[in-house]
Design a binder for this molecule. Structure first.
Ligand SMILES: Nc1ncnc2c1ncn2[C@@H]1O[C@H](COP(=O)(O)OP(=O)(O)OP(=O)(O)O)[C@@H](O)[C@H]1O
Ligand SMILES: [Mg+2]
Length: 443
């Protein structure tokens, strides 16, 4: 995080997302501000609130993609939620606070993984001893052993240790006891998630954890035993304390499809619920305390990034209070033919690269000429204009159509070279692209 400067964040996003510089800039600044805030002295730190961001832009131009890439980039707890999956408290469904609980769960996983690394050496050492115990069951304690017998045992244990380290015993089977939580069935299984968190914790404690003896290959036993040792080596309370801290100070929640919470008219059915979700969302974004199974989490400093296409609606259709909580607005631009050209070739996961890699698994050397990529980009732009504008998603449908024949026959063509050029693209798409109705259905 220390060296995750705004410029570096933008550069990292550039590897996957073409254009949209304003949006990248804003999220980079917001992320950096979290770090800056944490460097402040105590009293000051509390005063600095997060600057939540609202990303607006047509469909398929990279809003969700930016969030996804950001998630893997920042080492902070992160969740991405769809605003549409929530319903107002009291209605059936997930309540809005569960996003904070998910965030805490994510943070706990993170901290636990880190702590596992801290205790790894110790845990591995103990695991080896436990494995040796399993491989060489202790002699009956009642029998008094003379010095020589003890010595002999010790030597053969060291022999065994050597073999274990050489990896000779990986497939031999050992018996060990495995703890299992018995999952609740029936009524509980259906709705544990929607229960009050206190109730959830209560239920979890009620559920008996059974020990079961199992016979497994040694390689598997090592994992199980290692986990058991880690569990005892890691201070669970400390993990939760650190996780709560991290959630509160660097947590990041991405609320996608927030425009779907706008109501176009004032009355009737789903609108009531949408308004309700906005109302429920407000305190969380404003700062409140959410009670989670593991403890209380304050949301004051969690950073929220919301995104929506706002097609036919605008941010001003959101509740005024909610609008105010997203002071930074960034617009994402419509993608042009040139953007498409770059999207097809530049990002690390670019479509052409994907198809080349897929075909390589069949032994085909696939390549796209420059004019082929240009043709596809042009077509995407034209079809987006003449039918519906679905942004970069259009490239997927076009690409699939171009690759259709080859994908079907690839296994029979091993060893071939296939050069996709402009005429290859045009023969497969000409008829479709010239007929507006056809392209509406097929592309
Ligand atoms: N600027 C871009 N650079 C690279 N790829 C892009 C870009 N914009 C969109 N894509 C690709 O198009 C697909 C759709 O983009 P994304 O999911 O980000 O759309 P969105 O803006 O969230 O749209 P919606 O409003 O419909 O949710 C993704 O697979 C993404 O990889
Ligand atoms: Mg999206």
């Amino acid at each position: 995080m220390n060296d995750l400067t705004p410029k570096k964040i933008v550069a990292a996003l550039d590897r996957y997302i073409v254009g949209q510089d304003d949006a990248k800039r804003s999220v980079a600044i917001a992320i950096r501000n979290r770090w800056r805030r944490r460097q402040l002295p105590d009293g000051m730190r509390e005063e600095v609130g997060p600057r939540n961001i609202l990303m607006m832009g047509p469909t398929g131009v990279g809003k969700t993609e930016i969030a996804r890439r950001l998630a893997t980039l920042v080492g902070a707890p992160f969740v991405k939620v769809e605003a549409t999956k929530y319903t107002e408290v009291g209605y059936h469904g997930r309540d809005v606070e569960s996003m904070v609980r998910d965030l805490l769960d994510r943070a706990i996983d993170m901290v636990r993984t880190e702590q596992t690394e801290v205790v790894r050496t110790d845990g591995e050492r103990r695991t080896e001893e436990s494995l040796l115990d399993l491989l060489m069951p202790a002699v009956d304690g009642a029998v008094e052993q003379d010095a020589e017998a003890t010595d002999r045992r010790h030597r053969s244990r060291e022999k065994m240790r050597e073999r274990l380290r050489e990896g000779e015993l990986e497939d031999s089977s050992v018996e060990l006891s495995v703890k299992q939580k018995v999952m609740p069935t029936g009524v509980f299984a259906a709705g544990v998630d929607s229960l009050d968190p206190d109730m959830q914790g209560f239920l979890e404690k009620l559920m008996p954890s059974q020990s079961k003896r199992r016979r497994v290959p040694l390689r598997e036993a090592r994992k199980i035993i290692f986990d058991q040792h880690c569990e005892s080596l890691i201070d669970e309370e400390k993990v939760i304390e650190m996780a709560v801290q991290r959630t509160e100070n660097s947590g990041l929640i991405f609320v996608d499809e927030i425009d779907k919470l706008c109501s176009s008219n004032r009355q009737g059915g789903p609108d009531v619920s949408r308004q309700g979700v906005q109302r429920d969302l407000l305190p969380i974004v404003e700062g409140c305390t959410v009670s989670c199974r593991q403890g209380l989490v304050r949301t004051d400093h969690i950073l929220f990034i919301a995104a929506g296409a706002f097609h036919g609606t605008s941010p001003s259709d959101l509740m005024p209070e909610l609008q105010g909580r997203f002071p930074i607005r960034v617009e994402l631009n419509d993608l042009t033919r040139d953007d498409f050209l770059r999207i097809l070739t530049e990002p690390e996961n670019a479509l052409t690269k994907q198809h080349i890699a897929l075909m390589a698994t069949e032994g085909i050397k696939l390549s796209f000429t420059e004019d082929a990529v240009e043709a596809m980009a042009e077509l995407a732009a034209t079809v987006n204009q003449s039918t519906q504008n679905i942004g970069a998603r259009r490239l997927y449908t076009i690409m699939e159509k171009v690759m259709d024949d080859l994908s079907f026959e690839a296994d029979e063509k091993g060893g071939d070279r296939v050069d996709v050029d402009r005429s290859y693209v045009m023969t497969r798409l000409k008829d479709i692209s010239e007929d507006e109705d056809l392209s509406r259905f097929i592309l």
